[in-house]
Design a protein around this ligand. Structure first.
Ligand code: ATP
Ligand code: MG
Length: 409
């Protein structure tokens, strides 16, 4: 467990602020659940045979002899709260996010802590592939806003519970000769073979990896509806310009996943290179006593994100427009336009001093503005302003009376 000292805390705050701004853009609301939960909640949701429950939880009896654990992840607590407070009755799809510490008693190493931190989201209430694509796009947006624009997104599907089962059985059969031979699978995998066979894909041991090269692939066991759903998600990601690598060996260590699963990794990190992960979990809510409710979500490991982003400045996110008025008149005009824009919900700021255009452009870049509006004497006379897109680096003239019509941007 590590201390976050003042210099670093400022970076953390910036990353978390940016994440909150993006959650706001997507219409996700914050939920804060307790750090401590009943141990049974995690056993029922994550799964008895998983590494987390078997080896990693900080579990103890409290003074009332109740079995409790420090939360090792955020999904189970959010789902518990969703059910306890009948949040499904409030909105048909609940879009929730959380930011906070998680605890796992693992072997410490670079990028692996016992108290670590996650920024996560859960979208509960719909099986729509649009929701899967939304969740992935949200995760990638937050990673980018935390300084990681260049992560690799790995994508796979585990199919529905039925497909997953058929695949597990095929895998079991295919690997049976090896499992019977002492020493061909590592000790952990010999156990996984019996109890949680998909986890074999997580093993970094050379022998086990070799054993899996010719093993069956989930893609051959998908039902029509699951493969259609997966195709649709890929199409939507393509449409949004989100790149991904299809990775049939990607499985998740928690039992509750079904359907699409994904993981983002970064090249700056060593062997612990996953910075975020998630997927669909359509059976978890029913499994915890609710009615059948489809859902999906992700968790970003903030510690690893900041480790990977070290050295890159994390720009403030969430400003739609930075207004540069050159001269007194232009400044006044800028001020009144900004007031009108803010009542429309546009996040904007203006340059405050008479510094050069160049230095104000630099400032606009540093505050992460998506657009910059430039108004000088010439433009003022003509009743126009220059609207610059900071991403595409293109600009166009826009009439001053049209500036508050953001669809004309
Ligand atoms: P890993 O394969 O690295 O153990 P995981 O599958 O256990 O990851 P998840 O439960 O999916 O991890 O958690 C999501 C993210 O949280 C991970 O991608 C990682 O960035 C981060 N994370 C998980 N465990 C730790 C830890 N002990 N220390 C720091 N970050 C962690
Ligand atoms: Mg782990």
């Amino acid at each position: 467990m590590s201390d976050i000292l003042p210099d670093e805390a400022a970076v953390w705050r910036r990353a978390e602020d940016n994440a909150r701004a993006i959650f706001g853009q997507y219409g996700y609301q914050e939920i804060r659940t307790p750090i401590l939960e009943e141990t049974g909640l995690f056993k029922r949701s994550i799964g008895e045979e998983t590494d987390i429950v078997q080896k990693q939880m900080y579990s103890f009896k409290d003074r009332g002899e109740r079995d409790v654990s420090l939360r090792p992840e955020g999904t189970a607590p959010v789902v518990r709260a969703y059910l306890e407070h009948s949040l499904g009755n409030v909105l048909p799809v609940q879009r929730l996010y959380y930011i906070g510490p998680m605890f796992r008693n693992e072997r410490p190493q670079a990028g692996r802590l016992r108290q670590f931190h996650q920024i996560g989201a859960e979208a509960i209430g719909s099986p729509s592939p649009y929701l899967d694509a939304e969740i992935i796009s949200l995760m990638m947006g937050i990673l980018a806003a935390c300084g990681l624009g260049d992560v690799e997104l790995k994508l796979n599907t585990l199919g529905c519970a039925k497909d997953k089962k058929a695949f597990e059985q095929a895998l079991k059969k295919a690997l049976a000769p090896l499992a019977g031979k002492v020493g061909s699978l590592c000790e952990d995998c010999a156990k996984r073979y019996e109890k949680n066979i998909l986890r074999l894909f997580d093993c970094k041991n050379d022998g086990c990896r070799k054993a899996l090269v010719a093993a069956p692939r989930i893609t051959d066991y998908l039902c029509g509806s699951c493969s259609g759903q997966f195709d649709r998600i890929k199409e939507l990601l393509d449409a949004a310009g989100i790149k991904y690598t299809l990775t049939p060996s990607l499985v998740r260590g928690l039992d509750y996943y079904t359907g699409v699963v994904f993981e983002a990794s970064h090249k700056n990190l060593g062997s612990q290179d996953a910075v975020a992960a998630g997927g669909r979990y359509d059976n978890l809510i029913e499994g915890l006593g609710g009615s059948s409710t489809p859902a999906c979500g992700f968790a970003i490991g903030t510690d690893r994100v900041l480790l990977a982003a070290k050295g890159t400045e994390i720009k403030k996110a969430g400003l739609d427009l930075f207004f540069i008025g050159l001269g007194d008149e232009a400044q006044k005009k800028a001020f009144s336009i900004l007031s009108a824009l803010r009542t429309k919900g546009v996040a904007c700021q203006m340059g405050l001093d008479e510094k050069s255009l160049k230095s104000q452009m630099r400032l606009a870049d540093r505050v992460g503005a998506k657009k910059v509006l430039i108004l000088g004497d010439e433009e003022l006379k003509k009743g126009v302003a220059l609207l610059r897109d900071m991403e595409t680096k293109t600009q166009k003239e826009i009439r001053l009376e049209d500036v508050t019509d953001t669809h004309l941007w």
